[in-house]
Write a protein that binds this ligand. Structure first.
Ligand code: TRP
Length: 325
């Protein structure tokens, strides 16, 4: 069994792109891997965030991961700050990483551009991410394109640490998301559906009410002409709808396309399929929200399990660099 680790930002605002591109695959693979899912609350502190908001979103993110179907008996679901070894190992790795290589991180450059005050934690963010991963002797990290450079850094740090201090960490590899559906914005089908883009009508949130989902899909931008074809270049809007229907039903997009001769019926079926796919998730989320004590117990049990592995790795790393036991 491969050990897999995923970090989830406590954004709370998860959408259809997260569901089809990531969460659904994690759930499908949960029995085949030894999987860790970590809500990375410490990473959220690298940018300005209201404390009450951070608390709310951290818990909400855990609720959502459970609602999509991750089984806490099968996977280890926990909150990053509950396992103190993450920050402890981050320090050892900060003393392994160089200022120069962190300066080259493109996400740091993007996130810091234009701000007059940049938190030091934003600069060392990728090192904390490396600690997240290396603590669990991970084989695979399913990441999107935007995290590839951070994963390369993680590998470099593991290799450098092992060479300098002796074999301590398993060197992880990035795993390419399995046929990850690439869900595009419903209003701007040339760009990916994303929480950071201000497109409320273009983004279907996982917990949107069915009527809201239906309205957003019915208002989706289509393309000139009236024919239903799967052609990303010429018909990005329609192709996105076809791919959504395909992702929700398992029928290939071209085959789906052949069944429609007008946009209206296609939109109706996409809306119905997406609502049907997400309603069990909404229902489970509502149940969990009405019993947050249970969610907290699940997170505490997850942290205890994570801590067993993390503390063993940390102890090895600390001893390797010469800290007194
Ligand atoms: N940086 C990741 C993101 O923004 C989140 C993250 C933190 C992560 N630690 C991780 C992802 C460890 C994978 C593994 O999405």
């Amino acid at each position: 069994m491969a050990t897999v680790f995923s970090g989830v930002q406590p954004s709370g605002d998860f959408h259809l792109g997260n569901y089809l591109g990531a969460f659904r695959n994690w759930v499908a693979a949960q029995h085949d891997n030894d999987a860790y899912f970590c809500v990375v609350d410490l990473h959220a502190l690298t940018l300005e965030i209201d404390p009450a908001e951070l608390r709310r979103r951290t818990l909400e993110s855990a609720v959502l991961l459970l609602a999509v179907g991750l089984d806490p008996e099968v996977v280890t679901l926990f909150v990053q700050s509950h396992v103190p070894e993450h920050t402890r190992l981050a320090w050892l790795l900060e003393c392994t990483a160089s200022y120069g290589e962190l300066s080259r991180m493109t996400q740091f450059k993007e996130k810091s551009a234009g701000s007059e005050s940049v938190r030091a934690g934003l600069f060392t963010y990728p090192v904390l991410m490396a600690a997240d991963i290396l603590l669990y002797q991970v084989d695979e990290v399913p990441v999107g394109d935007d995290q590839r450079q951070h994963l390369e850094l993680t590998r470099d740090l593991a290799i450098r640490f092992n060479r300098r201090y002796g074999e301590t960490f398993r060197v992880p590899r990035a795993s390419i998301p399995a046929v990850g559906a690439r869900v595009m914005d419903l209003q701007h089908p040339e760009s990916k559906m994303s929480k950071s883009v201000d497109s409320p009508l273009g983004t279907v949130r996982i917990l949107d009410e069915p009527a809201v989902i239906e309205r957003k899909i019915k208002r989706a931008v289509t393309d000139p002409g009236t024919t239903v074809e799967h052609d990303r270049e010429r018909k990005p809007g329609v192709s996105n709808l076809l791919e959504l229907l395909s992702a929700a039903t398992g029928v290939p997009p071209a085959e789906v396309a052949a069944r429609y001769h007008a946009y209206g019926p296609l939109k109706q079926d996409v809306a119905d399929a997406v609502v049907a796919m997400l309603s069990p998730v909404r229902q489970r989320a509502a149940e969990l929200q009405s019993d947050l004590g249970e969610v907290e117990r699940i997170l505490a049990a997850g942290a205890a399990r994570a801590h067993e592995v993390a503390s063993a790795t940390y102890a090895r790393a600390a001893e390797a660099v010469g800290l007194l036991p």
